[in-house]
Design a protein around this ligand. Structure first.
Ligand code: NAD
Ligand code: DAU
Length: 367
């Protein structure tokens, strides 16, 4: 990792500040960007919370065009210094507290990072970029959860669906979206927003459903399905998501929001059974993995269904997801099987065992 690069071989480089680039989607996006933009330099700002890890940034396509900065998006002085010292033309903002269950058990860090952190970044961009912003872009990465919950037959969320967040996490993300739009309307900060559905793929921390199920299964541990498991999510392979963000960043219209969905709606129980079938084939045990499924106490306020209508990004930017859930899940399971060092480091991350105890032990006792 190079610490002071701004130019290479006389070419003007694109300089992109990625926040949260040591997390799951952020690290996939850093990889994507280094491949897609051969002359870009990525400045990766991440606080390395429990969710971030430098293990996610090993073997980048071109490490010399990547500068890692350990720091917090709530630190205004730090962001101002970065924007002054480096010729940053784009900010792609991933950094967030991202896990709904954690927001239920402890909402304060969600307000701090997701609301105040986003505000701090916007304010630094407004101050440092000044009025000459024609070549600048602030892209905010958000979620389908801001739109609330759908019943089984309701139409998917569009960009004009009214906001109706229902967990501390989604309320904090909704607040951040409103702040981003306010900076566009009030100060003409050149922003774009993408709201996407549930991501999965390589480098996802095993607190989220898919990596948790894969890792528990490989250890012969119970597979904890909340409630009846009939909740529906619209699964989006992370590389498809990175492509959508890249298109919104480079071709999207300022001030616009784009919904990004995976076209893969499944109930949780169907999804977990699919993972079990793939594992039965690739890494068979004495008994089928599905026999480890346990129904546990439901999540309070559990949203029953999310679904995204991606017509706008398809029509305006030509994006459609390329992964079916079958292909994406198989590649994700294969990735976990062939990246045992990463799996080991994920399971060993500070506080992970405590989290499993806090979140799952009590659930079992309550059922
Ligand atoms: P993640 O939890 O894997 O990673 C978050 C990263 O942000 C970590 O590296 C963490 O260290 C960093 N971070 C947290 N607080 C910070 C702070 N105050 N300052 C600097 N860095 C900080 O999250 P993810 O799943 O990669 O999600 C990335 C973004 O995408 C989030 O904004 C999330 O709301 C959004 N999103 C995620 C999904 C999904 O399915 N994972 C779906 C829709 C939207
Ligand atoms: O919809 C987008 C959102 O997707 C993102 O904004 C969030 O950052 C991301 O965490 C994710 O939120 P979910 O709550 O949908 O994801 P999670 O992986 O935690 O859970 C997916 C579904 O699986 C949900 O219905 C709860 C259920 N679940 C989850 C876990 C961890 C279980 O049944 N058992 C589990 O152990």
């Amino acid at each position: 990792m190079d610490f002071f690069p701004t130019m290479q071989l006389g070419l003007i480089m694109k300089n992109i500040l990625v926040t949260g680039g040591a997390g799951f989607i952020g690290s996939n996006f850093v990889r994507y960007l280094l491949k897609a933009e051969q002359n870009a330099h990525v400045y990766n700002l991440d606080a390395l919370t429990y969710a971030g890890s430098l293990e996610n940034l090993r073997n980048l396509p071109d490490d010399s065009r990547h500068t890692f900065i350990e720091g917090n998006i709530c630190n205004l002085e730090l962001i101002q210094t970065l924007l002054h010292n480096y010729p940053i033309d784009s900010i792609v903002h991933f950094a967030a507290e991202s896990h709904v269950d954690r927001s239920i058990l402890g909402p304060a860090p969600f307000m701090q990072t997701n609301v105040l952190g986003t505000f701090t970044l916007l304010e630094a961009a407004r101050q440092v970029w000044g009025r000459e912003r024609s070549d600048k872009r602030f892209h905010h990465v958000s979620t389908d959860e801001v739109f609330g919950s759908l019943s089984a037959h309701e139409a998917a969320f569009t960009e004009s669906t009214p906001y109706d967040p229902r967990s501390p996490y989604s309320a904090s993300k909704a607040s951040s979206d409103h702040l981003v739009r306010a900076y566009f309307h009030t100060y003409q900060l050149p922003v774009t927003i993408t709201n996407c559905s549930n991501n999965y793929g390589a480098y996802q921390f095993p607190e989220k459903l898919i990596p948790l199920m894969i890792m528990n299964a490989l250890q012969g541990k119970p597979l904890p399905v909340y409630g009846d498991g009939l909740q529906i999510r619209d699964w989006l392979y992370v590389e498809d998501h990175c492509e959508a963000i890249y298109l919104a960043l480079t071709k999207g219209t300022r001030g616009e929001t784009y919904n990004v969905g995976g076209n893969n709606q499944l109930t949780n129980i169907e999804l977990v059974k699919k993972i079990c079938e793939i594992l039965d084939e690739l890494q068979p045990m004495q008994k089928p993995y599905a026999s480890f499924i346990e129904h546990v106490t439901d999540r309070p306020g559990h949203d029953s269904r999310y679904a995204m209508d991606s017509t706008k990004i398809k029509n305006e930017l030509g994006w459609t997801p390329s992964y079916t859930i079958e292909r994406g899940l198989r590649e994700t399971v294969e990735w976990h099987l062939s990246n045992s060092a990463w799996v080991k480091s994920g399971l060993a991350r500070a506080g992970y065992d405590d989290w499993l105890d806090t979140n799952y032990q009590r659930r079992k006792e309550e059922l």
